[in-house]
Design a protein around this ligand. Structure first.
Ligand code: NDP
Length: 281
């Protein structure tokens, strides 16, 4: 039976560390790190995420600024707000909550953010530096997963790692982070032939496909470490991951739950990235 990795607890540890660093930072510099969060439109889930980020900022002692813009806001207007924030000395991190309305091109928005304030780690500057193994703001979700591995004492070097999903915000950066720690990495996607044959090889399996409970018990080997990134709503409203938790946890050595695994880590790393941006300012 697998050990269930407690993402809520590890995220709380990280928030405590950030809060302590903010106290030291404030004593030294006389101000606190600042995070600006921009929400365009009124997507229900996005509103909840933004609210939680504000709460997190208050907990660790950050300045937080929230911009709630109407769904009709033009791309030019959004870019002009970002440019102002790029020059704002009190703001060290800028986050535009995705998805943005269809008439706004997300790539243009991400690239308008000063890479040093891109605490989501989505700007090509940060992605490129991640791939090159240079210091950067790493994408929050995969970096949060690396913290889960490290703080649970899970060895990565020499392991067969399989990542299901190749998105720019999860699958690809996850793969490079695992590679940088000497795992042998395979990336799977919708064109992968015989997915189960690949996932069965995994010592470390990261499921980030956004398909409810697609990783079944017979798709993993005994002793695998399983990280479930997926967040999927079933028809009855229940939140589930990409992994069939009951069956897979019978075989895994470690597993992350949904909720309470990766999700809280993504938020905690956002705080860590913002603190690092302020320290480097
Ligand atoms: P995307 O939809 O951008 O990417 C999904 C990826 O999974 C694609 O590369 C796709 O392949 C692949 N995929 C989909 N179905 C299959 C399949 N049946 N077999 C193999 N590969 C498949 O999603 P994201 O990366 O943004 O997010 C993935 C999941 O993680 C979602 O549920 C999302 O909600 C969740 N998430 C959770 C976070 C958290 O903090 N907990 C943070 C970010 C995401 P292809 O490229 O071929 O289309």
């Amino acid at each position: 039976m697998a050990i269930v990795i407690d993402g809520n607890k590890i995220a709380q540890d990280i928030r405590n560390e950030v809060r302590q660093s903010v106290l030291n930072f404030k004593m030294e510099k006389g101000f606190v790190p600042g995070l600006a969060v921009i929400l365009v439109g009124d997507d229900h889930a996005s509103k909840i995420y933004v609210g939680k980020k504000k709460q997190d900022c208050a907990e660790v002692g950050f300045l937080s600024r929230e911009y709630k813009l109407s769904a009709e806001t033009s791309e030019e207007k959004l870019v002009s707000i970002i440019r102002e924030l790029n020059n704002d000395k009190l703001i060290h991190g800028i986050l535009v909550q995705l998805p943005v309305p269809k008439h706004i091109r997300p790539d243009n928005i991400i690239e308008a953010i000063d890479p040093h304030k891109d605490v989501d780690g989505f700007h090509p500057y940060n992605v490129g530096r991640l791939v090159a193994g240079r210091p950067c703001h790493p994408s929050c979700t995969p970096y949060g997963i690396m913290e889960l591995f490290d703080r649970s004492g899970i060895e990565l070097s020499g392991k067969e790692a399989v990542v299901v999903g190749r998105s720019n915000i999860v699958g690809k950066p996850m793969s490079f982070m695992l590679l940088s720690r000497n795992a042998t990495v395979t990336i799977c996607h919708t064109k992968t032939k015989d997915l189960a044959a690949v996932t069965r090889r995994a010592d470390i399996l990261v499921a980030a496909a956004g398909r409810a409970q697609m990783i079944k018990g017979d798709m993993v080997k005994d002793g695998v470490v399983v990280v479930d990134v997926g967040t999927n709503r079933l028809d009855d409203g229940k939140l589930v991951g990409d992994v069939d938790f009951a069956a897979v946890s019978e075989k895994a050595s470690y597993i992350t739950p949904v909720p309470g695994g990766v999700g809280p880590m993504t938020r905690a790393i956002l705080l860590k990235n913002t603190l690092n941006a302020a320290l480097a300012y």
